[in-house]
Design a protein around this ligand. Structure first.
Ligand code: SER
Length: 584
């Protein structure tokens, strides 16, 4: 079985069980400033798990592009990936544990042909919030999983979510596959995560973690499941890592052809990072110093550095991106559409990195000469870390340059500075999550409606070539990226602002209606996200002005918005402009 067949088999399995198949949402969460990337299939569905009716119904399934960077330093071993695809099925207040667990088991054993004897499961052991999940365990026993392959584990293992600080969450039951059935019998999924590979997670989302720390109850009992495509494919194909499946092989081959020495770890890092960077750039992100652009930069520069270690010199990433684009052209056609921009961004970032390195080499030499002059035998760890942070100089490179001057580097001091920096960035990330996964504050809802008005106003003033390229809302402001090549004149900006304020003054009702994608198109609705909702979509109308496909929520009348003011207009890439605006 190949990857395409696995995706299709999964989606068809759930289609024939009355699930609507929804397309992958963007890797960049829409209207959700609390997280940088979509990290799970449930992420775009969070509003619906919290109770908003989903236009496609109460049974959904998808294959979602995901990116997780928390384990980036582990990438290179056999299991960790940054970019991955997650197959998932959802019940929004429809079926519950019995049906969900039976689907998973049936699919794994009868459709993928995994040996039932090699499946192990874990269930939630219970705490003050939720009881021990005897219900799930009883279902597993009933299915035929023997007692000794059912484990109860605490919250750290068997509770999933919320994805940010707030939102839907609940106990889960995880299914593991034993990759070494002849291994020691004392080993379990809790003691050996390499041997027992987690393939499928069934989360029973009944809870809502609230910002005040309170754990609320959701109005409905939902199921959220996730099956990792890459690791499942590796298991089905009987290979030891996703890098040996066709989801990576063409890329691995291309890297090995460029390399002059062999190092499996470096090849895997480059393969993972080239793939992830291609998908991130495919979302229209340009490498930069903060947020998603920073992640793109980090992936690219790590790939380049690992390239050096096996004799590959830049530029080479555009070539690898091309391989990735071809591999995924059928599943994610947006990559091909962005192909030229992806290649240009990679080339530009590679040459920028070369220039940075040349400057870094000069800075390193200055520091080394200073150290020599001061009679030191080693360069301080803090200084080596400064070179790493500012110029992307890995410790080994600094050590090499130091050795040429007869000096060493305080590697321990470097590691300490590195760890301190990581801790600080983790805290930064936690801060970011504070807003929670789904911002439902009145401020963000108002800015969301203002975004629709802005989008419609831009199309009236500039023309219908204006299309949304990105949207990001915080409680303070909206940010809207759209296709348009020229800088907006003061006059155009004023016209746009006046149009929006005129609509606010009219206090028009904001109404929504559910309809088919075709009907929405026939009515002239704009919006790029129809694929997210399968065949049924929600269309928000501000009569006589705006009609847009969107999941909501919105205000009920435009008058609630107050006064709209554009605070900034700038370019964010070739043919893409960005507007920031506030409501006062
Ligand atoms: N949200 C759960 C996970 O990411 C199941 O999809 O594992």
């Amino acid at each position: 079985m190949n990857a395409n067949q696995l995706r299709t088999l999964f989606l068809n399995y759930f289609r024939t069980r009355d699930h609507a198949i929804i397309g992958s949402a963007s890797l960049i969460p829409e209207g959700d400033p609390s997280v940088l990337f979509t990290t799970a299939g449930m992420h775009p569905l969070a509003p619906f798990l919290l109770g908003e009716p989903h236009p496609a119904g109460r049974r959904l399934a998808s294959c979602q592009k995901c990116l997780r960077t928390n384990d980036i330093l582990e990438v290179g071993d056999a299991t960790h990936l940054t970019f991955f695809e997650m197959l998932g099925n959802w019940s929004l207040g429809d079926y519950w544990k019995q049906t969900s667990i039976r689907y998973s088991y049936d699919f794994l054993t009868n459709h993928l042909g995994l040996e039932a004897d090699r499946l192990y499961v874990t269930c939630f052991e219970g705490d003050e919030i939720a009881p021990r999940d005897e219900e799930a365990a009883a279902i597993w026993r009933d299915i035929g999983i023997p007692e000794q392959r059912i484990f109860f584990l605490p919250k750290a293992d068997n509770w999933w979510g919320p994805a940010g600080a707030t939102g839907p969450c609940g106990p889960d039951t995880e299914i593991f596959y034993d990759t070494n059935p002849n291994g020691p019998s004392a080993e379990t999924p809790a003691t050996n995560g390499q041997r027992f590979v987690e393939v499928w997670n069934n989360v029973f989302m009944q809870y809502d973690q609230q910002a005040n720390g309170h754990m609320g109850r959701l109005a409905t009992r939902n199921v959220d499941t996730g099956l990792g495509l890459e690791r499942t494919l590796a298991i089905v194909q009987g290979v030891t890592s996703p890098y040996e499946t066709e989801l990576f092989l063409p890329l691995v081959d291309a890297i090995q052809t460029l390399a002059t020495t062999s190092d499996a770890f470096a090849v895997r890092v480059i393969a993972d990072h080239a793939r992830a960077a291609t998908f991130v750039l495919g979302e229209g992100i340009q490498p930069g110093n903060v947020d998603q652009p920073y992640v793109a930069r980090r992936l690219i520069r790590r790939a380049i550095r690992y390239g050096w270690t096996i004799g590959i010199s830049a530029p080479f990433l555009a070539q690898l991106a091309d391989v990735v684009i071809h591999m995924f052209a059928d599943v994610y056609p947006e990559l091909e559409a962005q192909g030229a921009q992806i290649a240009a961004a990679l080339d530009e970032e590679e040459s920028r990195f070369q220039r940075t390195l040349a400057r870094g080499e000069r800075a390193t030499n200055t520091l080394l000469v200073d150290a020599q002059t001061a009679g030191q035998r080693a360069l301080a760890g803090q200084e080596a870390f400064h070179l790493y942070e500012t110029y992307g100089f890995p410790l080994e490179l600094t050590q090499e340059l130091a050795a040429q001057k007869g000096l060493t580097v305080d590697a321990e001091g470097f590691q300490q500075a590195f760890a301190a920096h990581q801790e600080a960035s983790k805290q930064g990330a936690a801060e970011r999550f504070r807003g929670g996964l789904v911002e439902r504050r009145p401020e963000t809802i108002r800015l969301h409606t203002a975004t629709h008005l802005l989008h419609a106003a831009l199309r009236q003033v500039l023309g219908t070539h204006v299309e949304q390229r990105g949207s990001n809302i915080t409680p303070e402001r909206l940010r809207f990226d759209f296709s348009h090549s020229a800088k907006l004149s003061d006059d155009e900006l004023r016209q746009v602002q006046d149009l929006v304020n005129a609509q606010i003054a009219l206090d028009t009702p904001v109404v929504w209606q559910e309809m088919s994608v075709d009907a929405a198109k026939a009515e002239g609705a704009i919006g790029l996200f129809e694929e997210r909702y399968g065949d049924r979509v929600k269309v928000y109308t501000i009569d006589g002005f705006s009609k847009e496909i969107c999941g909501g929520p919105h205000v009920t009348h435009t008058g609630e918005l107050g006064h709209f003011r554009i605070t900034k207009e700038q370019a964010v890439g070739a043919g893409v402009r960005r507007i920031r605006a506030v409501l006062a």
